[in-house]
Design a protein around this ligand. Structure first.
Ligand SMILES: [Zn+2]
Length: 372
């Protein structure tokens, strides 16, 4: 009797190890090996999308009302139908022999889809050789890394208010609060061109963003005007076209180069003008514009400050940045009322929250389009 039990036990173990063998997956881009766990449903081997997505870099979305399940991979979309063996891809219908299954809230796909169908649809990126699926993991094109750029710093105080408030301090305070929100609530990596009171040249700021391969560049400033009554919010994105209204702010923000970096440096930025700026920002102009619109709209709604609009200007700090970039002017330090307001930590919190909401909305929209 004990002998028989042992045999039975061995049989059960070997059987279950066959059932849960899983699929060998070799990810070519990072040369890593994985075992994708599988399970049997009615005698057919299935894999769970929950395990597939992190391996492939794919994204899935369910539409319960429609009984549809969407699978996004390499910028393409597959539409599955619950309990159906059919799916559509590029307006064509394909049959997997076995239906899409559900286990609790998870969706399971017949393994044959991965080993036979994907190699057919993406011969460059997916191959099934021997018992191993060789794949190229899709790159995540979502907004994952943001560079925040608190304007001025160190020997360059930026604009100074009547009560002695320095622009560089306000910019840094708001950026530090914004960093926390982005990291905590969106899980984004936030890098700062400066995290304390130090001087950073304009060129270094964009170079930093490019080197870190940031997805967005957000430069935070405070405005100033000779007219003490001027107040309100402005959000800028880069333009090489001249617009008289923006030129005062442009002169103000670009002026720090001659003042703090010297005339020789200024010439360099001027030369850079025609070489770099058009090339780097041109393809991001549309996204920079929509980022500016989202952030501005949320700032106006969140602070109730005067809306001076989304504008284009030729800022040196935005030049040469290979990503959607904006420059925010949070209010006028030259206006007594706004100077006091901007100095108030709870107002700084509020404006950081408003900028955060704008970035969040942009990210949701942008991620959907980029990964669709
Ligand atoms: Zn500034």
């Amino acid at each position: 009797m004990p002998k028989f039990r042992l045999i039975l036990l061995t049989l059960v173990i070997s059987l279950s190890s066959v059932l849960n063998a899983g699929l060998n997956v070799h990810v070519k881009n990072d040369k890593s090996q994985h075992i994708l766990s599988t399970s049997m449903v009615n005698g057919v081997e299935y894999a769970d999308f929950k395990n597939i997505n992190p391996l492939f870099g794919s994204v899935t979305k369910e539409d319960r009302a429609d009984h549809r399940y969407y699978f996004h991979l390499y910028g393409e979309q597959f539409v599955f139908f619950l309990d159906s063996a059919y799916y559509t891809y590029k307006t064509e219908t394909f049959c997997m022999q076995y239906p899409l299954a559900q286990s609790g809230s998870e969706y399971l796909i017949p393994l044959v889809f991965l080993t036979e169908h994907l190699p057919l649809h993406f011969p460059q990126s997916v191959q099934y050789r021997g018992t191993t699926l060789q794949i190229t993991k899709a790159k995540d094109k979502s907004v994952l890394r943001i560079v925040l750029d608190p304007g001025h710093g160190g020997k360059d105080p930026g604009a100074v208010g009547k009560k002695g408030t320095r622009e560089k301090d306000l910019n840094l305070n708001v950026c530090l609060k914004l960093k926390q929100l982005l990291e905590k609530e969106l899980g984004i990596t936030v890098l700062m061109t400066r995290s304390d009171d130090r001087f950073v040249s304009l060129g270094e700021r964009t170079r930093f963003a490019n080197e870190k391969k940031a997805d967005l560049f957000v430069s935070v400033h405070t405005n100033a005007s000779y007219s003490r009554s001027t107040k309100g919010l402005e959000t800028y994105y880069l333009s090489t076209a001249k617009n008289t209204d923006s030129r005062a702010v442009e002169a103000l923000e670009n002026g720090v180069v001659e003042l703090y970096e010297g005339a020789e440096e200024k010439q360099k930025y001027d030369d850079l003008d025609f070489i770099l700026s058009d090339l780097s920002q041109a393809e991001h102009l549309e996204n920079s514009n929509s980022l500016a619109i989202w952030v501005h709209k949320n700032m106006v709604a969140g602070t109730k400050s005067q809306d001076r609009g989304v504008k284009q200007a030729n800022f040196w700090v935005l030049r040469g940045a290979f990503m959607p970039s904006i420059l925010i002017e949070m209010g006028f330090i030259s206006n007594l009322e706004e100077e006091a307001m901007l100095n108030n930590p709870s107002y700084q919190e509020r404006i950081a929250r408003a900028i955060f909401e704008g970035i969040k909305h942009f990210k949701y929209r942008f991620d959907r389009i980029r990964n669709a």
